[in-house]
Design a protein around this ligand. Structure first.
Ligand code: FES
Ligand code: FE2
Length: 446
């Protein structure tokens, strides 16, 4: 009965159709439970990258709440996803990632399955009631790929992945994420609800207060925001220019300095945003003064394009905007971050067990590999027990430092409802409307 009351109360936490947002969306255990029940089993989720599953037997476990799935590369080179629980007495079968030697084996009584999930061994099988093979097989999950990302879906009849992702394949596909490879992965627990974290990376409205140094070369007011039925994109503003918030006279802006500030921030304060070749080319740019009459943006663009061409990367189809600034998509609900020509700086965030006040946060860096180049080895996941103990780069450090304060503030009893900026936080709003569509089925969000 208590739970029923809580469920009724969660109805009051919906955001659709109003300009004010209940705080309980970020703090209520019942709301988190509703997300586990109605959101996560109904969406395609990024489980891992394809390069993590290079050969037969390579596996990656993806867990969210109590759900766990193991994605495996089969001997036929396909991907298969299995529910990570033994059909004998329930034991979790595989943890983390690694390679199994042709079969999956349960640690408890030694039952075994091939990499298609078919039962191959049951100890003393004649002592069990006869069962059809499918009852002894591992439970399957839907699995598919786009852009080198491996997606899983826990539902029984999911919509096709490409339909779900629309229009991201068309909009983000030109960056060719399928040619990118992981160059770094760092994971930790942060002290805020998972939606606080997604929201924090889904707008540029916080740049002025949280990352003020970026305003010296980035016009935060020029960022564009787009919302779609399920996903969102913001971005642009890649042409180096100071924010008008600084009140500088354009005549006084030194183009050499502008270029240096942009490159320094992208190279030093967002480590992993560019690969080593890009960094070397851009550092060379910093050593030479701009030619007469050439703006910082023109020079930066030309050097990025020529650097890519020298490596054999074909960026001819990418617009100047895509090379200069990129796009920051949210792959609803849990992966977001800037994709730019040559790479992707991606965050993945999901709830942390039954605690609405913390979440599992990961930073993935991806770099495009040119034809003929050796791909980098898949980096191990660096697990940081306390997020303070790792230098994430100045920009992400600043974002992470906000999370505890946001969550503690959200928990203040009787705080007023929250409000979103109609333009610069439209992607945040859409994210929550889509969550409500899954939770309450009320069609919010299109
Ligand atoms: S629980 Fe897996 S073999 Fe017994
Ligand atoms: Fe930020």
């Amino acid at each position: 009965m208590a739970m029923l009351d809580e469920r009724t109360a969660t109805d009051l936490l919906r955001c659709a159709g109003t300009d004010v947002i209940p705080r309980g969306r970020f703090t209520s255990p019942a709301f988190l439970e509703l997300e586990y029940e109605r959101l996560w089993p109904r969406v395609w989720q990024v489980a891992c990258r394809e390069e993590e599953l290079a050969g037969p037997g390579d596996f990656v476990e993806y867990a969210i709440g109590d759900r766990s799935v193991v994605v495996v590369r089969t001997p036929a080179g396909e991907l298969a996803a299995f529910r990570n629980t033994c059909p004998h007495r329930g034991t979790r079968l595989l943890d983390g990632c690694g390679r199994v030697d042709g079969e999956i084996r349960c640690r408890f009584h030694g039952w075994r399955w091939d990499l298609e999930g078919r039962s191959t061994f049951v100890l003393d099988e004649h002592e069990f009631p006869a069962a059809p093979p499918e009852e002894l097989a591992l439970g399957r999950c839907a699995v598919d790929t786009w852009g080198g990302f491996v997606f899983v879906h826990f539902g029984s009849d999911p919509e096709p992945l490409l339909d779900y992702l629309h229009p991201l394949p068309e909009r983000i596909g030109p960056y060719r994420p399928e040619r990118m490879r992981l160059t770094g992965r760092t994971a930790t627990v942060v002290p805020a609800n998972w939606k606080v974290v997604v929201d924090a990376f889904n707008e540029g409205y916080h740049l002025a207060a949280t990352h003020p140094e970026l305003l010296r070369w980035k016009d935060d007011t020029a960022l564009r925001y787009e919302v779609f039925e399920t996903h969102t994109i913001y971005g642009g503003a890649g042409d180096p220019a100071p924010s008008p918030r600084l009140g500088l006279d354009p005549e006084d802006v030194d183009q050499n300095e502008l270029l240096a500030l942009k490159i320094r921030d992208l190279v030093e304060n967002l480590p992993g945003y560019f690969g080593p070749d890009d960094v070397a080319a851009l550092e060379e740019v910093l050593r030479a003064p701009l030619p007469e009459g050439v703006t910082a943006g023109q020079f930066y663009l030309a050097r990025r394009r020529s650097g890519a061409a020298a490596r054999g990367l074909d960026w001819a189809h990418l617009s100047d905007d895509q090379v200069l600034g990129g796009d920051d998509p949210l792959i609803f609900p849990s992966v977001l971050g800037p994709a730019v020509a040559g790479g992707w700086f991606a965050y993945r965030c999901r709830p942390n067990g039954d605690d609405p006040h913390s979440s599992i946060f990961e930073l993935w860096t991806l770099q495009e590999v040119a034809p003929g180049e050796d791909p980098p080895p898949v980096p191990p996941v660096r697990w940081v027990a306390d997020w303070h103990d790792h230098d994430w780069g100045q920009v992400v450090n600043q974002d992470l430092a906000n999370f505890g304060a946001i969550q503690r503030g959200l928990r203040v009893p009787d705080g007023p409802p929250l409000r979103w900026n109609r333009r610069q936080e439209m992607c945040v709003r859409r994210f929550h409307e889509v969550i409500d569509r899954y939770l309450f089925g009320d069609g919010a969000g299109g």
